[in-house]
Design a binder for this molecule. Structure first.
Ligand code: PEP
Length: 253
């Protein structure tokens, strides 16, 4: 799975150009899905273009408001709304959302995941340590705590856990131009998979989620990163904005 996370970038025009260009440059198969996550205000526009091209690009939202359903929420976007505009995926727990919107509490994230699953949205659940945790050798502690948000899912959602993909995104690597080294990526991905299997107990349900890597992926490093053991795909921010770069990365992975 290769995910383009546009963050707070783009216009209707650039969304149109990107979809036109990517549609002509990549041949998407079911084995390696291509997920386009523009800002929420462009989802509907993107959906129409994808329909026009009749290609297999899937749409993802960068945001969901799963909490406070019983209260008014100015600016909120619900799982139902995302489904309604044609999103199939939603990114939950991105470090920028955790920071800027104060989503540091696992309970909020668990609720977001539950609401998304109730609407049959697929989830890209982000985890990653900050620089200080890495320096203090607390990466696994940090990742374990974040992954516990998935361990709190209500048992009624058990049959939908297959809709969850995890993205490992070391915060210090996001947007910094400094991707994690291959060895480090392999070790952390192995830890994440083991934690989900053993600690969250998903292996007993025969569920083994894919784990993507994100953090300064570019044309030069994508091949090495995707060839790393236990890396099942890429979540790409900055480098996804350029349709040609993104298409090349997709085709190399
Ligand atoms: C991201 O937005 O999740 C990300 C990984 O960004 P970048 O590729 O720019 O580091």
């Amino acid at each position: 799975m290769i995910v383009a996370n546009w963050k707070m970038n783009g216009t209707r025009q650039s969304v149109t150009e990107w979809i036109d260009s990517v549609s002509g440059n990549i041949d998407i198969d079911n084995i390696n899905p291509c997920i386009f996550c523009p800002p929420a205000c462009y989802l509907e526009h993107a959906r129409k273009l994808i329909e026009k091209h009749n290609n297999r690009i899937k749409l993802g939202s960068q945001i969901i408001n799963g909490t406070n359903y019983d209260k008014p929420l100015t600016g909120g976007i619900s799982a139902k709304m995302l489904k309604d505009v044609g999103a199939e995926y939603v990114i939950i727990g991105h470090s920028e959302q955790r920071d800027f919107l104060g989503k540091i509490n696992n309970n909020f994230l668990t609720e977001d995941v539950e609401k998304a699953l109730s609407e049959n949205l697929k989830i890209i659940f982000c985890v990653g340590e900050d620089f200080q945790s890495k320096e203090n050798s607390e990466t696994y502690l940090c990742l374990g705590e974040q992954l516990d948000a998935l361990g709190q899912l209500h048992s009624t959602h058990e049959n939908k856990l297959r809709s969850i993909t995890v993205a490992y995104e070391p915060i210090w690597a996001i947007g910094s131009g400094l991707n994690a080294e291959k060895d480090y990526i392999e070790e952390t991905h192995e830890f994440i998979k083991k934690y989900i299997n053993d600690h969250l107990g998903w292996s007993q349900l025969d569920i083994y989620p894919a784990v993507l890597y994100g953090g300064s992926v570019n044309l030069d490093n994508c091949e090495e990163i995707i060839s790393s053991t236990d890396v099942d795909g890429l979540l790409i921010g900055g480098a996804s904005l350029n349709s040609e770069t993104f298409s090349k990365i997709y085709n190399l992975s």
